[in-house]
Design a protein around this ligand. Structure first.
Ligand code: KG4
Ligand code: ZN
Length: 428
């Protein structure tokens, strides 16, 4: 790849995180993520129009903060000529941000009053995600690109997750993407996606497996809800299981507490007296959906239903019951993810594994894949826990990689694409 340093602003608003980041080549100048999770918690999930409103409200204050952090906040000196130019620009801005009146107002008050920073390009998530939420980020990018006359690099959110897994910090705290061998398999596990992707080269993706129903993060969130835990449920389940797995008395240490090649299918939870012998310390076992199918697809809705049936059968859940359910659910998910990923690596003779998406923050899943990679001589790249969930740094770095490779698609008319696929931008 051609070596070129560039100052890039990353914008991410695909779901319920409003995030902006500024990078200068490999160096991070500023990175802020504001989660709306608490606001959405009352609805038990993300409410798209509320997410849009919150993005529109929060983008400008975050923008000011990152410019301040990077020392880019320089007030503009006024001249009659510049005032005329301002007027012309504000007309254009009104058209771009007409659907975001709150953002427009803040934008006109602030963005036109500062000097243009030395930013070279804006990388913005164009999909997949919630379209009303995506549009806010895209229109914000368009407004900035108009006043600063710089290009926009549209980024696929899932590519962002891949890039965040690849980012390594060197001794001088600079981020870089290390060398690795293609083909690589990427396992993308988030709130909206569960996919196995074959990467034959940079920016060359093929979806080789996907969930038939719920995404794995969605299953975490739904199971948490069944257990009476707030949204987002993944971190809640993670917290419960970490407590149980670290307690001295438990048999549930690190994964796998049962053999990976477990072939006993349980369509519904089975209780202790009918368990296979190796699992006789577990109070119940959940199914491992599609574990033995020949394809690389997943299904998690049956697993969630198994949890629901079990909880309905139990009288009242005490803390230990919740922890046991959370651990068993996590073990079932982990076993399925490992088995299918192993199959994909073998099928495509790949020695590189990339894991990204919010669920990759899960300690048990991380530990299991780290063990698996060591035992099978696989080079594993997994997002750091901080960068596993949605952020703008991954979007800015994806923009940088595309810029360096001359694969930016900057001329494209950018629209929000809720169902964008990772391979939609492959060069045909
Ligand atoms: O990638 P992400 O931030 O947003 C999407 O692109 O969907 O992923 C969010 C998902 C949520 O479902 C959340 O519950 C899950 O990631 N998640 C976790 C953990 N942290 C976040 N799931 C399991 N364990 C975690 N520690
Ligand atoms: Zn995501």
């Amino acid at each position: 790849m051609e070596k070129k340093s560039a100052l890039i602003l990353g914008i991410e608003t695909s779901c319920d995180e409003t995030a902006l980041a500024l990078i200068d080549g490999k160096k991070i100048l500023a990175n802020i993520t504001l989660s709306q999770a608490k606001i959405h918690a009352q609805y038990g999930g993300v409410f798209p129009m509320l997410a849009k409103r919150e993005h529109a409200k929060n983008l400008l204050p975050i923008f000011k903060k990152i410019l301040e952090t990077a020392n880019f906040l320089i007030p503009k000196t006024k001249s009659p000529k510049s005032e005329k130019l301002q007027e012309a620009k504000s007309c254009k801005l009104k058209a771009i941000l007409e659907r975001e009146p709150e953002l427009l107002e803040q934008f006109l008050e602030f963005a036109l009053t500062i000097e243009k920073p030395t930013i070279d390009a804006i990388a913005v998530t164009k999909g997949p995600g919630l379209e009303p939420a995506l549009w806010v980020g895209i229109n914000f990018a368009k407004a900035l690109a108009t006043i600063w006359n710089i290009p926009i690099i549209p980024i696929n959110h899932m590519e962002g997750h891949i890039v965040s897994a690849l980012l390594c910090q060197n001794e001088s705290s600079k981020f870089q993407v290390p060398n690795f061998r293609f083909p690589a398999i990427a396992l993308l596990i988030s709130g909206g996606h569960t996919e196995l992707v074959l990467m034959k080269d940079w920016f060359d993706y093929e979806i080789i497996g996907a969930t038939k129903d719920d995404a794995v993060g969605e299953a975490f969130d739904k199971v948490a809800r069944i257990l009476g835990l707030p949204y987002p449920g993944g971190p809640q389940i993670s917290r419960l299981t970490e407590e149980m797995r670290t307690s001295a008395s438990t048999f549930r240490k690190t994964f796998p507490p049962i053999p990976l090649e477990w072939n006993g299918h349980a369509p519904t939870p089975v209780f202790r007296n009918v368990l296979p012998p190796f699992a006789n310390t577990r109070p119940f076992v959940f199914p491992r959906p599609m574990l033995k199918t020949n394809d690389l697809n997943f299904s998690f809705s049956g697993l969630k239903t198994a949890v629901l049936y079990l909880v309905k059968k139990m009288d009242k859940l005490n803390d230990d019951d919740k922890k046991n359910i959370a651990c068993e659910f996590e073990d079932a998910v982990t076993e399925v993810l490992i088995t299918k990923t192993k199959k994909a690596l073998a099928q495509f003779n790949a020695k590189t594994l990339i894991i990204g998406g919010g669920v990759s923050a899960n300690k048990n899943i991380r530990g299991a894949f780290e063990n698996f990679a060591k035992q099978n001589n696989i080079k594993l790249f997994i997002s750091s826990r901080e960068l596993a969930t949605d952020n703008a740094l991954m979007i800015a770095f994806a923009g940088l990689l595309r810029l360096k490779a001359g694969r930016t698609k900057t001329g494209e008319k950018i629209t929000a694409q809720g169902n964008l696929k990772i391979n939609d931008d492959n060069v045909k």
